[in-house]
Design a protein around this ligand. Structure first.
Ligand SMILES: CC(C)(CO)[C@@H](O)C(=O)NCCC(=O)O
Ligand code: NA
Length: 620
């Protein structure tokens, strides 16, 4: 197998150096990262282009770059239908979540939970996010290093340490501005690397029509699978409908993304960035799917040296093997692909460090130390970003100890942990009756159910291995494969799950939707049992009147009766209570802000808000 030349290592080093350069630039320019507003929120001054590229970079890591081609190679193009989920998966955040969250002018998205429910719900939301992100970042930093190491002997722990430390450094120096601008640069490198592999790969295989012929004859082009069985791993329903909930949990309520929307200059700019993320996300999906197809065309029917590793799902090494095989003899291109992999990883973990620092600061530290000076708060935020960077290295080691198939793990984690949090936000925004007790019970039950099915599926391997499709079998059963392989495959595909095993074999693409609905249902039941929230008790601006909008033909008084209009009222003092530690930023009073009002205009209110706050505090 081809080894790296000096040129390749130099390209990798240049990637790290350029990223750190961007970090240094933002540490020394602008406000020099001396306020939390700049360090955590990029001064709320970003325009839509960098924000949109940064949005797609957050959850597009080496896991997707390696995992998706492997998935397409093994199971055909069915996974590509997840692109259908991008429509609603971005439209709903743009027109439901952004308007509500942006107007509240939060820093942490979990502040919403306190405004709508209670402090306890907020803390639970924050802790859930921290858990999800800490596990995810370990997988993200470990995956590219591991895959490269397995095939090319690339220094495993050297790569983990170099990426983890470089990323920690530029995130700590340059704050969110550096994170967003490195995302822009890294997304470009990511696309360039994928494109290079595809162009060279198509050439090596004998042109686009030859690739098409081979994947067509090899049965890789999947027809739309409309099987309603929820245990079938990838169908149109699991990907196109279940995927919408996955997208909502990531692009609607996940702190990493919401923080980007909030860093936009205006609400319009935030909505526009969400729209602009759509084509780039489709492009990214298309590139990784096409890469899987080219890979199949290259190896189908001839070289099955790596097919042995395919038996139990998708192995990342295979993709690296293919890439190195393709790019051998093109000096610099293997290095470009390495840069592509690590770009994807860096842009994800940098978002993780910054968003973790933000929620820890805003939700866990500030409420307990309300008198902290701005300088001290910024210092603590930087210390937090750095600590999470170092924790990431520890998590990479933990990932190393668990032997996992990365794409499934990432998607399962998003569903198991992100789904209940999505449910919590939906419960709060769409159901004015939901009360804090219901929210707590709903979140607890939703998490319990999703961990039950998620952990159950791990111990229920027999059905976990079921997804070997007919096409995959064809690929594995080359002429010279033994009858033992045939028998093993038949046993795998014949065993149909029943009873509890059927529950455990729920497709992981349904996890988000399943746990989201569980939270809403249990949350509503408990709320009605313990006394539903009254309209005048709900904080203004925290409800999205979805029923009011859907039932717009009803007369006004009936709508009011159904409690499906935005509650309004002179409850400013109540908001001041709830958001006391944040009031210096003037969060509470900007609720009436109209669409498109710029932060500059808002800032004119700040002195008034501060005066009101001081008055409020001294009279209490
Ligand atoms: C999150 C989606 C589904 C959005 O397209 C996709 O980027 C994906 O499959 N990501 C896998 C996780 C990762 O790349 O880290
Ligand atoms: Na990324």
């Amino acid at each position: 197998m081809g080894h790296f030349t000096a040129v390749d290592y130099v390209i990798f080093a240049v990637l790290l150096a350029a990223s750190m350069g961007i970090g240094l630039y933002h540490a020394l320019s602008g406000g020099r990262q001396r306020t939390t507003q700049e360090f955590l929120m990029a001064d709320r001054s970003m325009s839509c282009l960098p924000v949109s590229l940064s949005l797609i970079a957050s959850f597009q890591s080496a896991v997707a770059i390696i995992g998706v081609p492997a998935e397409i190679y093994t199971h055909g193009t069915q996974y590509w239908f997840i692109g259908c989920a991008y429509f609603l998966g971005l439209l709903i955040p743009a027109h439901v979540f952004i308007p509500v969250l942006y107007k509240l002018r939060l820093s942490s998205t979990y502040e919403y939970l306190e405004l709508r429910f209670s402090k306890a719900v907020r803390i639970c939301g924050t802790l859930t996010f921290i858990f999800q992100t800490v596990v995810y970042m370990g997988v993200c930093v470990y995956t590219p290093a591991f895959a490269l190491n397995a095939v090319t002997g690339f220094e495993l722990w050297g790569a983990v340490l170099a990426t983890g430390l470089a990323c920690t450094l530029y995130t700590t120096m340059g704050g969110l501005k550096a994170v967003i601008w490195t995302d822009v640069f890294q997304t470009a490198v990511m696309f360039a690397g994928q494109l290079a592999v595809i162009v060279v790969g198509v050439n090596q295989t004998g042109g686009a029509s030859e690739v098409w012929r081979k994947v067509w004859e090899g049965n890789r082009i999947s027809a739309l699978n409309l099987n309603p069985d929820p245990t079938e791993r990838h169908t149109f329903w699991t990907l196109g409908v279940g995927g919408v909930f996955l997208m909502l949990s990531l692009y609607g309520v996940n702190q990493a993304q919401v923080q980007r929307y909030l860093s936009a200059r205006t609400e319009k700019e935030a909505v526009r960035s969400c729209y602009m993320a759509f084509p780039s996300l489709q492009l990214s999906l298309a590139l990784s799917c096409v890469m899987g197809l080219v890979m199949f065309a290259r190896y189908c029917g001839e070289d099955h040296s790596y097919a042995n590793t395919l038996h139990f799902g998708c192995f990342p090494q295979m993709v690296i093997y293919f890439v190195m095989d393709m790019l051998e003899g093109f000096p610099g291109l293997p290095g470009l692909f390495v840069a592509c992999l690590f770009s994807a990883a860096l842009s994800t973990i940098s978002s993780a460090f910054n968003s973790l620092a933000t929620v820890t600061m805003e939700d866990l530290v500030k409420p307990h130390v309300p008198a902290m000076t701005e300088a001290r708060a910024t210092l603590v935020s930087k210390a937090l970003a750095m600590s999470y960077g170092l924790l990431c290295l520890a998590m990479a080691y933990l990932t190393h100890l668990m032997d996992v198939s990365v794409l499934n793990v990432a998607l399962k984690l998003f569903g198991m942990v992100g789904g209940p949090v999505l449910g919590l936000f939906c419960l709060g925004m769409f159901f004015p009756w939901a009360n804090p007790t219901g929210a707590m019970a709903g979140l607890g039950a939703g998490l319990a159910l999703s961990f039950w099915v998620g952990i159950g599926s791990i111990f229920n391997r027999s059905s976990g291995a079921r997804p070997l499709s007919a096409g995959c079998r064809a690929a594995l059963l080359s002429d010279n494969s033994t009858s033992a392989v045939h028998t093993a495959l038949d046993n795998l595909t014949l065993s149909k799950p029943s009873g509890l095993n059927r529950f455990y074999s729920l497709s992981y693409m349904w996890y988000s939707a399943f746990s989201c609905f569980a939270v809403i249902l249990i949350g509503l039941i408990i709320s009605f049992l313990t006394g539903p929230m009254k309209e005048e008790d709900v904080t203004p601006g925290t409800i999205y009147p979805v029923f009011g909008k859907l039932l717009c033909f009803l007369p006004e008084h009936l709508k009011k009766k159904l409690c499906c209009v935005t509650p309004r009222g002179p409850t400013v003092s109540k908001i001041m209570d709830l958001s006391a530690p944040r009031c210096k930023e003037g969060n509470g009073l900007v609720l009436a802000q109209e669409d498109g009002t710029s932060h500059e205009e808002l800032d004119r209110f700040l002195p008034e808000v501060q005066a009101a706050f001081v008055e409020h505090e001294t009279t209490v």
